[in-house]
Design a protein around this ligand. Structure first.
Ligand code: ZN
Length: 76
């Protein structure tokens, strides 16, 4: 079974302590210090299309929705 968030499985096996220990030992993702998975959008938590310029930390979708409110102008 594949899931987007590894913690969803813990709800299914919440009463099986042996399985929880085994799951945590082998399936918890590594804590990363660099790479695309460390740059998450602060609104929707997407990792792709990240805009980190000016300390925004938004994805391209959220940047497009909020650009005018933030003071950006479109030049066309
Ligand atoms: Zn976003």
């Amino acid at each position: 079974m594949t899931v987007s968030d590894y913690k969803k499985i813990l709800k299914v096996i919440k009463n099986k302590n042996g399985k929880i220990a085994k799951y945590n030992k082998y399936n918890v993702p590594k804590a990363r210090k660099c790479g695309t998975s460390t740059h998450k959008c602060c609104i929707c938590l997407r990792t792709g299309g990240h805009v980190g310029k000016y300390g925004l930390s938004l994805c391209r979708h959220c940047f497009r929705e909020n650009a005018q409110r933030l003071g950006f102008k479109k030049f066309n």
